[in-house]
Design a protein. Sequence first.
Lengths: 211, 564
Amino acid sequence: MSTGHRLVLDEVRLVLAGSTLLELDAEIGPGEVFTVMGPSGSGKSTLLAYLAGFLAPAFQASGRVLLDDSDITRLPAERRGIGLLFQDPLLFPHLSVAGNLRFGMPRAMPDKAARVETALAQVGLAGFGPRDPATLSGGQKARVALMRLLLSAPRAVLLDEPFSKLDRQLRHDMRRLVFDRLREAGLPSLLVTHDREDAEDAGGRVIELGQ
Amino acid sequence: MLRLAPWLIVTLLVGPILAGLAMALLPAFGYLPALGGHGFSLDPWRQLLAQPGLARSVGVSFTSGLVTTAISLAVVVLFLAGVSGSRLDRWIRRLVAPLLSIPHAAAAFGLAFLIAPSGLLSRLVSPGLTGWERPPDVLIVQDPWGLSLMAGLIIKEIPFLLLMCLAALPQIDPERRVAMARSLGYRPTTAWLKVVTPSLYPLIRLPVFAVIAYATSVVDVALILGPTLPPTLAVSILVWFNDPDLSRRFMASAGAVLQLGVTAAALIAWWCLERLVARLGRQWLARGGRGNGDSPLRLAGKGLIGLATLTAFAGIAGLALYSVAAFWRFPDALPQGLTAAHWLRALPALSGPVATTALIAIGATLIALALTLAALENEQRTGRQPAQGRLLSALTLLYLPLIVPQIAFLFGLVVVMESLGTRPTHALVIFGHLLFVLPYVFLSLAESYRRFDPRWSQLALSLGTSRNGAFWRVRLPMLLAPMLTAAAVGLAVSIGQYLPTLLLGAGRVPTVTTEAVSLAAGGNRRVIGVWAMVQASLPLVGFIIAVGLPRLLWGNRRDMRGSP
């Protein structure tokens, strides 16, 4: 995971019903968090849907998305190697904490149980594996969601306002944890948010949409 | 493969109905080469019109359809308008749901046992109030006006319409509408009637049409509670069709076409009534009355739905009592003793039909569930939501088997099957049940499937799971509870089917329902009690599993215990 990845948005243009919603040309290097800011309706979530491979059929897109120099524009979502972090932690309610972490691990990955235990210990949740996710606090759930994302070994990460539902103190800690981890793993990340503090803590380039 | 599912469903539902209707229409005009009808003629119609009492049969069918629907709908709307969230209201709601699972035939038997001259009600007040020492000689059950038939149907249609309304209400946000109207000075029940009903009705129109169609053409309930001389049109058609004299099938086909016309006429009459009520309602709304008669309306809603629910449960209790009753003289309110003898005697005869019923119900439900899941999953993957509200949408096609009278197309279907050389088998009966199970399974699962948060699947995909993996490992387990409920509904619908089993099985595939209904003519209440109890409790097994299994599986997963 230490070898860095690179995400390139090559003249991406999203169109809805004939009018251009958004145009973006960017290169995101290893460990860099690229922030896209803008009010609701500015096309932030459409951009994420496009990059992750869930663009609704009503939209038209042109341009290319390159990940480590290979074109992933036409790949289905599950083969892009792009991980997602949502507003809500979205831990699968029918699986245990460990089951959630194992869900995203590549099939061939060795020592799954040991990796799960290490990952939990890294975020201060050692021994939480067999727990029901519903019994965790908000901050604990957010940490499990982050580790689930990292264990799935993505090559790039999209962050969809992942801190907006946490309370103030927790938000700051969580930002540090997430950004440190992503940098450590050398993952290029794209963060969409309308919170300026998010952008400042991310410490990367910021562009504003809808102006 | 998935892409074929919607087409398969439409073909499965529409194909047999069209083929069946065609094969009722041709013999109705004398054409059925297998029985020597090579040319077209109006003879079947002349024969049909010469049948004694035909006008009365048609009249009872037509009226019972309209009256049943009007009363059931009025009771449901009045009840909902007066709901204030009190404990009584919640109790009524909770009691109504299991009523839906009781097959029509069992509910009809229960009512018959209750209101018959020698039934429970008359026993309770005799001889104290009435002075009757022996059952009075009056025709209450199977009265010539079809009143007991309508009562039996109303008891079953109220829970159906109530459930349909409860499913539709969240879409129109009744609380805020009523709050707004009350802030303008309207009394609560009047406010509900004035601001919620006009938006609610269009959403439950198709279920209402289904009730009209069902009530005009029902066979099993009419065999138990309906008039006999002459019977309702649907029952007459069945008698003619089963006549050993095969040439009567031409007349039966003409009858089937007439039944189609009677149901269509009832639907048109209802449509005219809709217009009238809408016009009067607009005037009532525009007059701006704030509701002086508010409490009587509320009480009427509660009282009537309470009466209907109570009657249904008392009827089932009556069935249970008769099935274990020892010697029971007339005016006695209770039997002199209890005995298991009737059950023990019926047991050997029960096992076969119970197994057949279960086999057919499980087969039809599994096929329906698989087709429904495939169609809904396909909808998710192509990102196309079905158009709602349009008359010719897929939803209307789903309702087709529920709006075209069974008796009008099932005969034709039997003729088609006979000419294809298909023998009556369990598979054929399963196919017949599928026509009615599929719409209900689809309707009860679609809502929760479509409302399922799409981020769960997106998350699974972004974690590297394939689309199929996301379906099996995320969507299916998380939707287990609504899926099992849909399955239980499917089982209940299949278990209650009478006509498709009888016709497509050619009487050689006996189920609990066909056996129970065939006992109606005999009138041995103890035996009927046993069979009707079995028929009523089989669907409950499905619902118990639907409620219990998720709790068992997800016992240590807190967020899986409520319905998702």
